[in-house]
Ligand binder design. Structure first.
Ligand code: ADP
Ligand code: MG
Ligand code: MG
Length: 902
């Protein structure tokens, strides 16, 4: 037998070996560090341990074979390059150990700085820094703090309290006032905390520190907050994180050092310019943690012109290279600039459109790429209303508009309380000094987030922007007291439960509930803003990209509308017809009485009289809708719900009867209704007497509706309009059902339409699995199919829609049985397969069969892409979703090699 040759798996890449397209393997941070290294930018040397190593560790619980040796080899070459050895007592090399997954998960995972410091190398570090003891001990205490918290799960507050104590003892608020001796004392205190919580001394061996830190980063992939974040952002759970080991550079060496973050354009509005924060004499996390107030990046020009100019040059090069907004982390060590991270930056929905438009103008990308870079979820966000402000409402504070939108709600101070109140249906605003990853659940539950500290790049800001949640950060006039559950602003006390309003665009904070007004984007869609003549970069960009989407898309977009008013609005939003006009509301209100007569009818005459009374009312409804949709198809669904939904509930009727009897009143009608309700009671009404079954059981019911539709179409057409009705039969499972309804309907239509020129199509919904599976037969009798994906999902999965979401979907999501509710986004493999089969077999039986979808999925971005792939002719969705569907239909139609839009 030939000796089996084992090719060693490569788990570690030097920065010089990677590039930006290796995100799956090296994570975003590692891939981009490699890219910058290869562009010749000053990146401290280092290497990346792959996501594969992490996945292997997470499945087996130990480091894969060969990893330790590969780390050793790369560490040695790093040591050679730096001329220093990890943790060497005389002249130590220090490294950072940084997480970095494929998709950025801000603040979710761990990073440990200054690895390699111990009781001896701290002295060497001080010597390296020209005898800067303060710096060395500051770095050491940071290591113990980060290592303790991340690697050994020591509660972070303990370190923070010790730091506060040290500052208090010194009579200062500012960490910069602590001198070397204070920090040495703090290191002792930290070590005690460490030992108390872990039962061991802080590890002095540098390589042990490194290995434990790497392992902690691997494990941070499965930290609860990371799991929650991934679920929220729909990031797959099995990607794993890479680990970057990077030679440390120091921003905490004195006033000529510092650290900062920069954006090549404003991630809030998309405006061109230089945005960022800088903090002198500080290390890494300080900028985002908001421990001291940062200065605007522009001020760096005064502080260190050479580094500033160099940074601007790199920013321009990165934009040119990535052809997109980049966000950057950098550190200046004694006047020398180091680039520590870049990535295509997260941005608000408005900025996404504005930047895509600008990049087209600058010739960096084409319109297809611009279309690819925005999405329907962002457009939906831009259609949210904004505050309507008049003199009554004066802001009480102004922070930073960190994530746009307008939110009002009751103030809460803890994540737990936010979750609690939101579960009771309250709108809440989560108010914190600053948020941290433990606040994630509260942030998800809240309508908006308000913090008194931190800038555009703080945790609150970044996470809120990612979620599309309104956020005002750094409102420093707020004196927030979390334990006392209150904040004080402008001399007023705001307690938990009081209502505030926050504007995430302007950063303004108001007391009470401010009324809202529609967004400019909605005004544009409604036709009241002319995109060519207004000075609004967002509206211009939306107009341009929507125009391109419309030119590219193959799918038509219709709307679900039951009234003339809805139809008119949807048409302004670009609807190209009605895909679902429900008729059930036409049986409500003051028409209930007629429905009751219909249900209670004991003779043919009584029933016919009730139907005859309903006919003209229905006809008027349809006339109204056909007029608004003049020239465009209108799909009318014959009555679908079980009839007892139109009667009062059983309990109420029983009480009415009892009360009336007590009073000696005439209860004949109530008793008849009660008997009818009892008779019509069904254990599973969604699977009972509804849809086409009603039409087959109740003589004249569908006939009346068909007649009303045909007469309305004739009337509209005779008066100069053009009505294009499509009659849709719901809940068909067998072609015979449809044939029966169709035969009767065709007779009526022929009689009504005569020579008016009106054409009425007859088709069916495909919403029962059996219909999908016998679509070839059904197509023989149907002129069109419309997929009712709500029922198809309900019956395909056997999920009672009204019950399951609240009952157990949380568990299914937790277990990853599905990543998103199949009622929200179509289940491609199962329910989607039914759609695919029906589309193919239907078209095979009747070439050119018109296919559409009218479930909620018609307005869901992912589902729209699926319907495009399957070859449907149109999707239909609620009026407000029409622009979203147009945009996504355009995006589905273009293919581009561009970046992942996440
Ligand atoms: P995150 O993903 O949370 O931003 P990072 O890995 O980027 O975490 O690191 C946290 C902070 O530490 C950042 O501000 C980063 O710039 C800084 N940092 C990371 N590595 C180094 C290093 N080698 N030298 C100096 N600062 C570093
Ligand atoms: Mg981090
Ligand atoms: Mg970072």
């Amino acid at each position: 037998m030939a000796a089996q040759e084992t090719v060693e798996h490569k788990y570690v890449y030097d920065f010089a070996e990677g590039n930006k397209d290796l995100k799956d393997l090296l994570g975003g941070k590692g891939a981009n560090l490699a890219e910058m290294t290869n562009l010749g930018l000053p990146v401290p040397p280092g290497f990346t341990i792959t996501t594969e190593a992490c996945k292997a560790y997470l499945t087996t619980g130990r480091e894969p074979d060969g990893l330790a040796a590969q780390i050793e080899a790369h560490l040695e070459s790093l040591e050679r390059e730096m001329g220093r050895k990890l943790g060497d007592p005389q002249d130590p090399l220090l490294v950072s150990v940084r997480s970095g997954a494929k998709f950025s998960m801000p603040g979710m995972m761990e990073t440990v700085l200054n690895v390699g410091l111990n009781d001896r190398s701290v002295v060497g570090l001080s010597a390296q820094a020209g005898g800067n003891d303060r710096f060395a001990w500051d770095s050491y205490r940071r290591l113990i703090q980060m290592f303790g918290k991340t690697v050994c799960e020591v509660p972070g507050e303990e370190f923070e309290h010790a730091l506060d104590d040290a500052k208090r003892a010194k009579g200062t608020q500012n960490d910069l006032d602590l001198d070397a001796d204070d920090l040495r004392g703090l290191v002792d205190a930290y070590k005690k905390i460490f030992a108390k919580h872990t039962g061991r001394e802080f590890p002095q061996e540098p390589r042990e520190q490194l290995d434990l830190a790497i392992r902690a980063v691997f494990e941070s992939w499965n930290a609860e907050r990371a799991v929650v974040y991934r679920r929220q952002e729909r990031i797959p759970a099995d990607l794993g994180t890479a680990v970057n080991v990077v030679a440390m550079v120091f921003g905490n060496l004195g006033a000529d050092s510092g650290t900062g973050v920069a954006f090549t354009r404003d991630p809030g509005s998309g405006a061109q310019g230089i945005y960022g924060d800088y903090l002198a004499n500080a290390q890494g996390e300080d900028v985002v943690a908001g421990i001291r107030n940062t200065v605007q990046l522009q001020e760096l020009e005064q502080i260190d012109k050479k580094s500033y100019d160099e940074l601007l040059d790199y920013m321009a090069r990165l934009e040119e290279h990535y052809k997109d907004l980049c966000d950057i982390e950098f550190t200046i060590e004694r006047g020398k600039l180091w680039m520590l991270q870049t990535r295509v930056g997260k941005r608000t929905a408005a900025a996404a459109f504005v930047i895509a438009g600008q990049l087209v103008d600058e010739g960096l990308i084409d319109l297809d790429e611009a279309l690819h870079r925005v999405n329907g979820a962002q457009l939906a966000q831009l259609m949210f209303p904004r505050f309507r402000l008049d003199h009554e409402f004066q802001p009480v504070a102004k922070g930073i508009g960190a994530s746009p939108g307008a939110a009002s709600g009751k103030v809460v101070f803890t994540s737990a309380r936010a979750v609690e109140l939101a579960a009771e249906g309250e709108s809440v605003i989560l108010v914190r000094r600053e948020t941290n990853p433990d606040d994630l659940n509260g942030m998800i539950a809240a309508k908006g987030i308000l913090t008194s500290r931190g800038g555009k790049t703080s945790h609150a800001a970044v996470v809120a922007r990612g979620m599309g949640k309104t956020c005002v950060s750094g409102a420093d006039e707020l004196d927030v007291n979390v334990p006392a559950k209150k904040f004080i602003v402008a001399g007023q006390t705001v307690n938990e439960g009081d209502v505030v309003s926050i504007d995430g665009t302007t950063g303004k904070v108001y007391l009470g509930e401010v009324p809202v007004m529609p967004s400019e984007v909605v005004q544009y869609f409604e036709g009241s803003l002319d995109p060519e003549h207004i000075d609004n970069p967002l509206v211009r960009a939306v107009h341009r990209i929507m125009t391109h989407a419309d030119a590219k898309r193959r799918l038509l977009v219709r709307t679900n509308a039951d009234t003339g008013a809805d139809a008119a609005r949807a048409r302004r939003f670009g609807a190209e017809g009605i895909g679902l006009c429900r008729t059930e509301h036409m049986f409500l209100g003051d028409r209930r009485e007629l429905v009751e007569r219909l249900i209670l009818a004991s003779t043919d005459e009584e029933r016919e009289a009730a139907l005859a009374a309903l006919l003209p009312l229905q006809r008027e409804d349809f006339i109204d809708i056909f007029r608004e949709m003049d020239g465009l198809p209108v799909t009318v669904r014959l009555i679908d719900p079980p009839l007892h939904e139109f009667l009062p509930p059983l309990e109420q009727l029983a009480v009415n009867v009892a009360v009336a009897q007590e009073r000696g009143e005439d209860v004949a009608k109530e008793e008849a209704l009660l008997a009818a309700v009892r008779r019509m009671h069904e254990e599973n009404p969604m699977l009972g007497l509804r849809g086409v079954r009603l039409g087959l059981v109740i003589p004249g019911l569908f006939a009346m509706q068909v007649r009303a539709i045909a007469e309305a179409a004739v009337e509209v057409t005779r008066s100069g309009g053009s009505a294009c009705p499509e009659i849709m039969v719901p809940l068909v499972g067998a072609v015979q059902e449809l044939e029966t309804v169709r035969a009767e309907a065709e007779k009526i239509i022929a009689e009504v339409v005569g020579d008016s020129g009106v054409e009425v199509l007859i088709g069916t919904m495909i919403e029962v699995p059996r219909a999908a599976l016998t679509a070839g037969q059904i197509a023989e009798a149907a002129q069109f199919f419309s997929f009712g994906t709500n029922d198809l999902t309900q019956m395909g999965w056997g999920f009672s829609r009204d019950d399951v979401e609240g009952a157990f979907f949380w568990r299914y999501l937790e277990l990853g049985i599905f990543g998103i509710s199949p009622f929200e986004s179509i289940d491609r493999e199962g329910v989607g397969r039914l759609v695919r089969i029906a589309a193919e077999e239907g078209r095979a039986a009747r070439p050119g069969l018109k296919l559409g979808v009218c479930g909620e999925h018609g307005g869901d971005p992912d589902s729209v892409h699926f319907f495009h792939e399957v070859g449907l002719d149109y999707v239909s969705c609620s009026p407000f979703r029409v622009p979203v569907a147009r945009l996504e239909a355009g995006r589905a139609a273009i293919t581009t090699t561009g970046s992942d839009s996440r």
